[in-house]
Design a protein around this ligand. Structure first.
Ligand code: UTP
Length: 296
């Protein structure tokens, strides 16, 4: 029985929705309270038992690699000035996992970005976590990636995370037609990338967390450019589904698309409200802001 120990985190997109900020700063490095989005994603992978993380980086994305590297000067300064809690946090970040960076030379689409991870992943099953999406779990419940990893270890089948979306949002996502197996677990019958609402019955969209059998690489290798001329992950998932089957899991975590302005703002507010050092004052500020008549 094989276990999922490797993950690919695609972070080489152009981030056009965040321009001009993302002209020089990768969107995965944009700050959520006090840590970049990518750290939340890496921590989700590590907490799900992932040991090796393949980071797919693009041009101008050194900042991500540097973030997980040693910063001697900073660490020395923190040690000398006795700021040990911060030093400890930085040490944890650089030791969080074995991070291997691979360059995607051109942003040819998500499917292409995932394929770039093949030299490291080889013939093993692997997780994929989009570098600009974060999930915040309910206390004590497993993260989305942990659920997918567990499902693979129990059933040896690829699976994707799915969530209910409104009619208006159907055309923003890959949509999966599914049949319930049990509670959170479903069999995928078909997947289609960004359909019009009238083209599909299902309202179950693919969220940015997946676990795949290595057969997916074979499907990606022969994949042709699809929607928008990009190599779409969804197209290869379709072939994988026909050959080896595919499951879908619903989840209880809150999921935020931090690659989108509104999603990013929602994630920032939510994380600030969960931060013990900010919680009380920030809650009061939000209350005053939304109920201006209660201001003194
Ligand atoms: P997105 O489609 O959200 O990223 O891809 P994007 O293309 O950067 O977005 P906009 O629309 O221009 O703002 C989801 C994830 O896949 C990565 C992105 O970095 C993001 O984390 N990605 C996408 C790649 O690594 N390579 C690609 O060619 C495309």
């Amino acid at each position: 029985m094989s276990q999922v120990k490797k993950a690919i985190i695609p972070a080489a997109g152009l981030g056009t929705r965040f321009l001009p900020a993302t002209k020089t700063v990768p969107k995965e490095m944009l700050n959520l309270v006090d840590a970049p989005t990518i750290l939340y994603v890496v921590e989700e992978a590590v907490n799900a038992g992932i040991e090796d993380i393949v980071l797919i980086a693009g041009r101008g994305k050194h900042a991500i690699e540097d973030f997980f590297d040693t910063s001697f000067e900073l660490e020395d300064k923190l040690a000398q000035t006795g700021q040990l809690h911060l030093l400890d946090r930085l040490l944890k970040i650089r030791n969080v996992a074995n991070i291997i960076s691979i360059r995607q030379k051109q942003a040819l689409g998500l499917g292409h970005a995932v394929y770039c991870g093949k030299p490291v992943v080889g013939n093993e099953p692997f997780a994929v976590l989009l570098g600009d999406e974060i999930t915040i779990g309910q206390d004590g419940s497993p993260s989305v990636t942990a659920q997918l990893v567990k499902n693979f270890s129990e059933n040896q089948i690829s699976s994707v995370s799915i969530m209910q979306v409104s009619d208006e949002d159907v055309s923003k996502y890959g949509i999966a037609e599914v049949e319930k197996i049990s509670d959170h677990r479903h069999k995928v019958l078909s997947v289609v990338e960004k359909p019009k609402p009238e083209q599909v019955k299902s309202r179950m969209a693919l969220a940015g967390r997946y676990v795949f059998d290595s057969q997916l690489f074979e499907e990606l290798k022969s994949g042709k450019p699809g929607l928008n001329g990009e190599i779409q992950l969804t197209d290869s998932m379709k072939s994988l589904l026909n050959k080896k089957g595919l499951e879908a899991l619903t989840f209880t975590s809150q999921r935020y698309d931090a690659g989108d302005k509104l999603g990013y703002l929602k994630a920032t507010v939510e994380l600030a409200l969960k931060n013990p050092a900010l919680e009380t004052e920030f809650k009061k500020y939000l209350k005053d802001l939304t109920q201006p008549w209660s201001r003194k």
